[in-house]
Design a protein around this ligand. Structure first.
Ligand SMILES: [Zn+2]
Length: 297
């Protein structure tokens, strides 16, 4: 997972800099035409022992990172909360190991009401819940990417003709989006996802399984991600998850406490006893993925 070559290049450059803070000035009065080396730190000569120690410490740090299997992770969540339901514990563990985790929220989850203001306000609430939960996991806000494509419409997007959301009245991404002003088309959504994959260069992605996940938004995101991977020949670990639809996994004997804690960051989803039960049920399910690694392809 760690790019060993890059880390070693960085280590060499860093230790090299420590030794290159000296100025080499020709001494014109010196009859032997010798050069005199002045340290930029006038009172200290380069300390070889200190540099050697720093080199050893850096090598130790790199070794530790490799042992801890540091990863660069990107999660695709069609709606705010999917990232917790699919992978909250997995992501928490990755962060503990020192991995970088970024989350792409494709919609704000604002398919609430035909009153535009109610829906938009609901979308903002769901965004804020995901932000709080991410911070709880140790994911900084700068690692959260909100695209603001239309909730409930991802499987209905036309390739080039923009669709208008009946929940928000919008047909273009909001100015607060990571990509503001993009039309609600499949073409724009696909190129947004592709641009993020190119920019972030993740080692591992978590995304909805286009075959197993029965929510139309989830299946649509999963299919677009798969299409890009195939078309661009991307080499990365793909971990497909399923949230909606019948699951073939045995429930845990007890709900996981941390997962329950994470789910409680989403009170907007406890709008009915049934849905609250649906959400909390995830604390009793193991996080399983249909994985594929470039090494096994
Ligand atoms: Zn969802």
């Amino acid at each position: 997972m760690v790019d060993m070559e890059n880390l070693l290049v960085m280590a060499t450059a860093w230790t090299g800099l420590l030794a290159s803070n000296d100025l080499v000035i020709p001494d014109t009065k010196n009859t032997h035409n010798e050069q005199i080396i002045y340290s930029t730190d006038l009172f200290r000569k380069p300390n070889k022992r200190k540099i050697a120690l720093q080199k050893r410490l850096l090598a130790k740090k790199i070794k530790k990172q490799i042992q801890r299997n540091v990863d660069k992770v990107l999660v695709f969540a069609p709606h705010p909360d999917d990232e917790e339901l699919c992978c909250g514990l997995t992501l928490t563990e990755k962060i503990k190991q020192g991995s970088t985790v970024k989350i792409v929220f494709v919609t704000n989850g604002d398919a609430k009401s035909f009153d535009f203001d109610i829906s938009k306000s609901y979308g903002r609430l769901r965004k804020s819940e995901s932000i709080k939960s991410a911070i709880h996991m140790g994911i900084p806000i700068r690692n959260l990417i909100f695209l603001n494509f239309p909730d409930g419409y991802l499987d209905k997007l036309d390739m080039t003709t923009p669709i208008t959301s009946s929940y928000t009245g919008e047909n273009v991404t909001h100015f607060s989006s990571y990509f503001p002003g993009r039309l609600y088309t499949k073409k724009a959504l696909k190129s947004s996802i592709r641009e993020i994959l190119i920019k972030e260069k993740p080692h591992t992605i978590y995304f909805p399984d286009p075959q197993l996940d029965k929510h139309p938004d989830h299946a649509a995101v999963g299919q677009i991600v798969m299409d890009i991977i195939t078309e661009d020949g991307l080499k990365l670990d793909t971990q497909a998850y399923q949230i909606h639809g019948t699951k073939k996994v045995a429930a845990l004997s007890l709900p996981n406490r941390l997962k329950l804690e994470l789910i409680k960051f989403f009170p907007s989803q406890f709008h009915s006893p049934e849905y609250k039960k649906f959400m909390e049920h995830f604390a009793s399910l193991p996080e399983v993925f249909k994985g594929s690694s470039p090494n096994s392809q």
